[in-house]
Design a protein around this ligand. Structure first.
Ligand code: AKG
Ligand code: FE2
Length: 223
């Protein structure tokens, strides 16, 4: 699958280190992708401890079980689009970095992520790209109550995350969180990172592994 990444729409400004686009994939391609990921999340969920809030499917699992997702992450089309938005040539981050390409799912009441930065473990500037795959719930617009919020210059704002949107931001400088999801709601986010220079020092590599451990469990220390 090599769909045409978007859209006939002017590129948004990245002056605030955050930009959003809508309808990033053609509807048929998007529907196929959601289908593939939904099946995978069903299986992956069964390995999670019952008490664990939220869940992630890591890059290495996606490479085996969701090859079209991983192919899109590495596709020239998506890289070119992100490069054009951030006005820097960017590349995918390495396979051993669990944040490079992952799927986050929020489905139990209370699933959320607190305020954080996406730490940059690389030499070059580092960007987070989110493509919401599923977001449904009880809000008047049909979306879930789990909201992506950012805080910049002392100001908080909600960044809408409807399915098939794309949110690009510089996570090392833009503090963000996701508010708790409510009963019966579901939100599945495809999260990727790109970097202008994805080399890192040994020290940065160690820090990255410690961070992945908190997010993905002990296994990450051995990657
Ligand atoms: O679920 C979201 O909207 C944001 C997830 C997040 O913080 C990230 O992928 O860095
Ligand atoms: Fe984040």
């Amino acid at each position: 699958m090599d769909p045409l990444f978007t859209p006939d729409q002017p590129l948004p400004s990245f002056a605030e280190r955050l930009a959003t686009l809508d309808s990033i994939l053609p509807p048929d391609d998007f529907a196929r992708l959601v289908d593939e990921v939904e099946k995978l999340v069903e299986t992956e969920r069964s390995y999670l401890p019952a008490h664990k809030k939220g869940g992630t499917v890591a890059y290495e699992t996606l490479e085996l079980k969701a090859p079209s997702l991983v192919a899109l992450y590495r596709s020239p089309g998506l890289q070119a689009l992100v490069s054009d938005i951030v006005k820097l040539r960017i590349e995918p981050t390495p396979l051993h970095d669990q944040s490079s390409c992952s799927v986050l799912f929020y489905e139990k009441p209370g699933d959320h992520i607190g305020w954080h930065y996406d730490h940059n473990f690389y030499k070059g500037r580092h960007f987070t790209v989110l493509i919401p795959l599923i977001n449904r719930g009880r809000e008047p617009n049909g979306l879930s109550q789990a909201r992506l919020m950012v805080r910049q210059k002392g100001r908080e704002r909600v960044i809408p995350t409807p399915p098939n949107a794309m949110i690009v931001f510089e996570g090392a400088t833009v503090r963000h969180k996701v508010t708790p999801i409510a009963e019966g709601e579901k939100r599945v986010i495809w999260s990727m990172t790109y970097c202008a220079d994805p080399r890192n020092s040994a020290l940065q590599g160690m820090a990255r592994r410690v961070k992945d451990t908190a997010f993905f469990g002990l296994r990450a220390l051995w990657t």
